[in-house]
Design a protein around this ligand. Structure first.
Ligand SMILES: [Mg+2]
Length: 432
């Protein structure tokens, strides 16, 4: 359907003015038909293009077909694509003439012609980088242009291209809701298609399109940056995790080493019971603690009988082995958590018995004497037994803050001496 009101259709008028008065586009019938220039050779006689052939206004400035594939936002951006959708060939000619040699931001325009809404839709599909659509309202139907605008925004999902509606009939002006819903940028009456008016419209539309592209590019860049940031955060998370694993591994190794060092510092290397230093510390600690609660502290000092003779008879290696076995036997016997078995000197051992009255200390000492003899370590140099034996001196006190714990050691030592005097392989409780 042709726009009856369009003055361009009146071919008898020559030259034809789009607007009569103050200018601006004026051309003759030959130019309108395109015969003299061949510019609109793709248009069929009835004004509807016979095929999809596109006529380029400024062929020299444009690349080949591949250009239609190029994105306007990419580096191959070479021209602003303007799609003219109108069933009137004269409108195409007039528009091309008005926009010829016009450049926007140093880039030429690339004018593409469609002579029906269907053709316009096809071209919108193949060209995803149309900057501006100059869209006739009345074509195949009285609202073909409006439907195409709806399709562009809806089905084609194209929100970027700027749409300028043009109609020959002022009565066909779209309602405000359509302008809003389809993001229509401008509405013009063809009677007012002066060159100046058209250029103003194109400039405004191109500026708007350029801004949309800029915003879109910035959005893409921002998304890329955000993606990179998220990837970095993930890397950081993984790195932090591996660091935490390493730290906990090192910490465990360090704790293991510390425990080993502590053992080495507190254990007697030969017998693997507590060493003398550990004995001193523990005795002092218990003395202080039990003095506060006024509870008894027992101490057993043990000495291997005729150990010099044993070493002479069996050698020092056998002597060491003998001490190891005795130490383990003592440790097995005095085995409460709070008891401490220590190597006190060469062949002397000590047992600290917190919160133990004299009867209890005597029981433990007797058990140790029996356990050592039960080991059955041959001792030919002993004058009292065929096996290795030990003597035990026992002492106990309720610790007093004003007395030193050495008094407990001295009394146990005296008791041990008494046990030796009384024949060895026995226990002796200190009696003042
Ligand atoms: Mg029309």
């Amino acid at each position: 359907m042709n726009d009856q009101a369009l003055p361009l259709q009146d071919k008898s008028t020559d030259p034809i003015s789009l607007i009569s008065a103050d200018d601006i586009i004026s051309f003759n019938a030959d130019e309108l038909s395109g015969a003299s220039t061949g510019e609109i050779s793709g248009a069929s006689a009835d004004g509807i293009s016979g095929d999809d052939e596109i006529i380029w206004l400024e062929e020299d400035n444009l690349s080949s077909d591949s250009d239609s594939q190029a994105s306007t936002s990419g580096p191959n951006f070479q021209a602003w694509k303007i799609l003219i959708v109108d069933d009137d060939p004269d409108v195409h000619s007039a528009t091309r003439l008005a926009l010829s040699s016009f450049q926007f931001e140093a880039l030429p325009l690339k004018l593409i012609s469609a002579y029906s809404a269907i053709e316009g839709q096809k071209l919108m599909l193949t060209h995803n980088d149309i900057a501006v659509v100059l869209l006739d309202v009345v074509m195949e139907t009285s609202d073909a242009g409006l439907k195409l605008a709806q399709q562009i925004r809806g089905e084609l999902g194209n929100q970027k291209s700027r749409i300028v509606l043009r109609t020959g009939q002022p009565g066909q002006a779209p309602e405000a809701s359509i302008m809003l819903d389809y993001d229509i940028n401008d509405y013009q009456i063809k009677l007012d298609l002066s060159r100046q008016r058209l250029l103003t419209t194109i400039i405004m539309a191109l500026r708007s399109y350029r801004d949309i592209l800029t915003i879109e590019n910035q959005r893409v860049e921002l998304e890329t940056t955000l993606g990179q940031l998220e990837a970095l955060q993930e890397e950081l998370k993984a790195y932090t995790h591996s660091l935490e694993v390493k730290v906990s591994e090192r910490t465990a190794a360090l704790q293991h080493s510390n425990a080993k060092l502590h053992r080495l510092a507190t254990l007697d290397g030969l017998t693997q019971v507590a060493n003398r230093r550990c004995f001193d510390d523990y005795l002092s600690e218990q003395w202080h603690q039990l003095s506060q609660f006024q509870k008894p502290l027992g101490l057993i000092l043990l000495d291997v009988d005729f150990f010099k003779g044993y070493n002479d008879r069996y050698g020092h290696l056998a002597g060491d082995e003998c001490l190891q076995k005795i130490a383990q036997a003592i440790a097995k016997t005095a085995n409460r958590t709070e008891d401490l078995v220590a190597r006190y000197g060469g062949e002397e051992f000590a047992v600290i018995l917190p919160e133990t009255p004299p009867q209890g200390a005597c029981q433990v000492a007797s058990a140790i004497i029996q356990a050592v003899e039960a080991l059955g370590i041959p001792h030919e140099s002993s004058s009292i037994s065929e096996a290795v034996t030990v003597s035990a001196g026992i002492s106990w006190l309720i610790p007093q803050a004003e007395i030193s714990e050495t008094s407990l050691i001295e009394t146990a030592d005296r008791a041990l001496y008494q046990a030796k005097q009384l024949g060895r392989n026995r226990i002796q409780l200190y009696k003042p």
